[in-house]
Design a protein around this ligand. Structure first.
Ligand code: GLU
Length: 463
């Protein structure tokens, strides 16, 4: 049974990198009909906030990454960590260390002076026949893990391949502080063990923790999961992901008018591939997803591709759904939905050319708001030549059947009578209806409105 987990530290938003880790962990579990567990690593009390927990839950919900178990909070599991530490002390796989910060600093300075890598020298580590220092009165010790002295710790990383670290590189890690609180790596180990995690999928900033975690798991007699360390994501500019390039909350993508399915599809391709496939549904992704096609090199963010995917999913999306979303955005802007034209009809027409829901909302606000064209645009497009053509078309329009085809025929007939080209009529009509010249095709634009509204707006422009 596959059991994966997403284990964010609630110190900020769910950003793109975290969301991709969550998506891959979720998809791997779903692909194998396994379980996906959410664990909140909130032991860093100074940096963890309830707002960040909420932001993570909101982001996961928006992306549709539903978990099967949890959320588990590490702060609620302290008794369990302490019990495991007690067991390890009992078993001799951990030991108390009374070295003071001053002593450790002196140790470090001496090692540096000898050109050695600073490491704990094991002075409180019990060994057969070794005499330990005298326990200082009233002092509280830290607890250290008794790391193996020799040999290597190795794992076949599902992304990076085989990784081997010599145990000589690892000193005896502190697993509990002097006040008894367990440290980060130790909590992760106990959790992965207790939660029966079979594949740990996480960012490669954790590669250095893995040998220590494996050693502790082995000391506990716990099964060692497989590890898949995902490479980092670079920004559009090839640099470390910055605020301007994706290092923002996934909810900001919602604010900016991206659809969750577009963001999911986009994230799926950040470091994973299935041949040349770029556009695929979540169901398809789950069916295809595996850890063999994750690239060990860094993935690069590409805003244009995200926009392209979003435009694709907008075209596919149900009009009623888009309209509901646009209405919500109009309300946030305190713009009243006048219903003229209806939001449904606006999104149906504009989604063919929009990249985001914000653009659709702009269109709705604009068309319903009947904005006035600038004097400059009026001077340019409403001339002595175009005025009579527009007036003539207005007369025709009063009697034409109200559908795009009939309106289109009427447009062409009026133009033919005046020996004029399309812009002579289309531009003034766009100004009359939308207050600007950037709109979809003008016959479709006219058909969005009730006839009376079109006549009114033309009259208004003609003055
Ligand atoms: N809490 C860690 C983080 O947010 C992840 C730890 C893990 O996945 O093992 O970076």
């Amino acid at each position: 049974m596959v059991r994966t987990r997403f284990a964010p530290s609630p110190t900020g938003f769910l950003h793109i990198g975290g969301a991709r880790t969550a998506l891959f962990s979720w998809a791997f579990a779903r692909h194998h009909q396994g379980q996906f567990i959410l664990r909140i690593e909130d032991t860093d009390l100074a940096r963890s906030t309830p707002e960040a927990v909420q932001a993570i839950l909101d982001g996961m919900k928006w992306l549709g990454l539903e978990h099967d178990e949890g959320p588990f909070y590490q702060t609620q599991r302290m008794d369990r960590y302490k019990a495991v530490i007690a067991q390890m002390l009992e078993a001799g796989t951990a030991y108390p260390c009374y070295a003071t910060p001053e002593e450790l600093e002196a140790m470090r300075a001496e090692q540096m002076a000898r050109n050695e890598k600073p490491r704990y020298d094991g002075r409180w580590r019990p060994e057969p026949g070794k005499e330990l220092p005298v326990v200082p009165v009233g002092a509280s010790p830290v607890i250290r893990f008794r790391n193996p002295l020799d040999g290597v710790v190795a794992w076949d990383d599902l992304v990076k391949g085989r990784i081997e670290i010599s145990n000589r590189e690892l000193d005896d890690l502190i697993i509990a502080r002097a006040d008894g609180t367990p440290t980060y790596n130790f909590c992760v180990v106990v959790d992965d063990w207790d939660m029966g995690i079979t594949q740990v999928i996480r960012g490669d900033d954790h590669v250095n923790n893995t040998p220590r975690q494996i050693n502790i798991l082995q000391a506990l007699g716990a099964p060692v999961p497989q590890y898949a360390h995902l490479s980092m994501i670079l920004g559009d500019d090839g640099q470390k992901l910055s605020k301007r390039h994706g290092a923002v909350s996934v909810m900001q993508y919602d604010d900016e008018g991206y659809l969750p399915e577009a963001v999911n599809n986009y994230l799926a391709r950040l470091g994973w591939s299935h041949g040349d496939d770029e556009v695929f549904s979540r169901e398809q992704f789950v069916e295809w997803f595996d850890l063999n096609h994750i690239t060990p090199s860094a993935a690069q963010f590409n805003t244009q591709k995200l926009n392209w995917l979003n435009a694709h999913y907008l075209k596919q999306a149900d009009n009623a759904r888009l309209a509901a979303d646009v209405r919500r955005r109009l309300a946030l802007r305190e713009a009243r939905d006048t219903g003229v034209p209806t939001v449904e009809s606006i999104v149906a027409l504009y989604k063919e050319r929009a990249q985001t829901l914000v653009e659709l909302t702009d269109a709705a606000e604009q068309l319903q708001g009947h904005p006035q064209p600038s004097d400059e645009l009026k001077t340019q497009h409403l001339t002595d030549i175009t005025r009579p053509i527009l007036a003539a078309f207005r007369t025709t329009l009063a009697n034409v059947a109200w559908d795009v085809a009939a309106i289109s025929t009427a447009l062409k007939a009026t133009l033919a009578e005046h020996a004029a080209k399309m812009p002579a009529l289309a531009m003034p009509l766009r100004l009359a209806l939308a207050g600007q010249t950037q709109t979809p095709s003008v016959d479709a634009l006219i058909a969005l409105f009730p006839r009376e509204e079109v006549l009114k707006r033309i009259d208004h422009l003609l003055g």
